[in-house]
Write a new protein. Structure first.
Length: 126
C-alpha cells in the first residue's frame, strides 16, 4: 500500500512508532529490506521475513504491507495502518524528541481488547 502518509512512514528510519491507538491496533511492525534486480525484474526479500511474526511489514521506500489471517483482518489492519501513518506524519513535525510513545503494556491491552472483540463479533455472527 502506498498512500502519501504510508509512503512517508516507510521512508523513515524508525518505521511505525507507537504513537496512537491505531498504531497499537496494528501491532508490532518490522522493517524488511527488498532488492529488485532491474535486469530480470526479480524481487528478493531478506531472510528475516520468514522468521517474522509481525503482520505489518515495512518495505523501506516501497510502502507497507498489512497481513491478516482473514481478508477482514487484513482490511482492518490496513484501515488502522493508514490512520496510524497519518497521525505519525503529523506528530513527527513536532520533533522526535517531543513525542510521547505509548507503553508496551498499553499496546498489549489494546491488542487483547481487539482480539477479544473480534472473536465476539465472529461468535455473534455465527
Amino acid at each position: 500500500m502506498q498512500t502519501p502518509a504510508v509512503a512517508a512512514v516507510s521512508a523513515m528510519k524508525f518505521g511505525l512508532l507507537p504513537l496512537s491507538q491505531e498504531a497499537a491496533i496494528c501491532g508490532q511492525a518490522t522493517i524488511h529490506e527488498i532488492q529488485i534486480d532491474s535486469q530480470t525484474n526479480q524481487l528478493s526479500l531478506n531472510n528475516k521475513l520468514e522468521e517474522s511474526k509481525s503482520k505489518i511489514l515495512i518495505l523501506p521506500n516501497h510502502g507497507i504491507l498489512a497481513c491478516g489471517t482473514t481478508i477482514e483482518d487484513a482490511w482492518h489492519k490496513t484501515f488502522h495502518l493508514i490512520l496510524a501513518c497519518e497521525a505519525q506524519l503529523r506528530a513527527v513535525s513536532l520533533g522526535i524528541d517531543n513525542l510521547i510513545l505509548t507503553s508496551d503494556r498499553a499496546n498489549e491491552q489494546v491488542q487483547i481488547f481487539f482480539v477479544f472483540s473480534g472473536q465476539m463479533r465472529c461468535f455473534l455472527w455465527i
